[in-house]
Design a protein. Sequence first.
Length: 196
Amino acid sequence: MSETDEDKGLEVLQGLPTSEAPPAFLEERVVARLRDARMIRASSLSRFRGYPALITAITLSLVTFVVGAFIGARRSVAAASTQPAGYLLIVRAANAQFEPKNPQEELLRVKEYSGWARDLRQRGLLVGGEKLKDEVNVLSEHDLKLSENRANLGEGGVAGYFLLPSSDYDQALSIARTCPHLKHGGAVELRQIERF
């Protein structure tokens, strides 16, 4: 077809009366045959026909996930608040005469404490613990002024801690009695954690 023939065909089509629309079944049949003959492609909108269902499914999945996460978080908070809090084993600084005499002795003590803690952790009897630095900062409010006092750790000061998950005092006490700090002249303090 030349350009003039196309122009004439277009003019003929435009000249047809538009007051009466063809029946829907006729349009569907013509479009289907043209598509089968590969004379036209599927409408770009037909590619998106399944998307509303997909978007709805994704939205429902996300809502379900969020609701489940919220309920799970609430249950874990409730479960945590009903579980016993455990005990804090506070390690008190020893008298200076019991301090390690040299770096090798200090290294041996660190290995001893680490082995003790590792064994408790492997048996599920220890949540964690740390040695604290010797520098102490004490904050207090006196006459509505905040003051800070720096000092070095003295005898009886808090040198470290261990967190025991036990809810049973006797079990916590038996763990405290095995703390290597006791045999090196130090003291330990066993305090039950109070949940609110």
